[in-house]
Design a protein around this ligand. Structure first.
Ligand SMILES: [Zn+2]
Ligand SMILES: [Zn+2]
Length: 113
């Protein structure tokens, strides 16, 4: 049985390790959103250039968190990944794979009144 203190210490160590890992991976891919140049670290995420991110995350049993970053590093930074900010990533996944910054394809949104 671990004490509460041990658990907390573990969490802190894990968090640090995950942050470092994330930073490493993001900076490998260029440190800013490929679409809009957003460079605020916490807005950034890794995107699958050719889509299929959800299936891939299922395959490696990751929710897009640190397991995903760890997988990227282990697999020597696959070339079909890139950095996008959350906006572009999300916008793209709801616009037939293209960020609405570039072209709005899917206009079928209730907020586009
Ligand atoms: Zn962006
Ligand atoms: Zn964009």
């Amino acid at each position: 049985m671990k004490t509460v203190e041990q658990k907390l210490a573990n969490n802190v160590a894990n968090t640090k390790w995950r942050r470092k890992l994330r930073k490493e991976v993001i900076s490998h891919y260029g440190n800013s959103c490929e679409c809009c140049n957003e460079s605020t670290n916490r807005f950034l995420t890794i995107d699958h250039i050719n889509g299929g991110g959800n299936q891939h995350r299922k395959d490696i049993k990751s929710d897009g968190g640190w397991q995903f970053f760890s997988w990227i590093k282990k697999n020597d930074y696959p070339k079909d990944l890139r950095v996008l900010c959350m906006n572009c990533n999300w916008g793209r996944s709801h616009n037939d794979g293209i960020c609405p910054h570039k072209e709005v394809i899917n206009n079928d949104w209730e907020w586009e009144l």
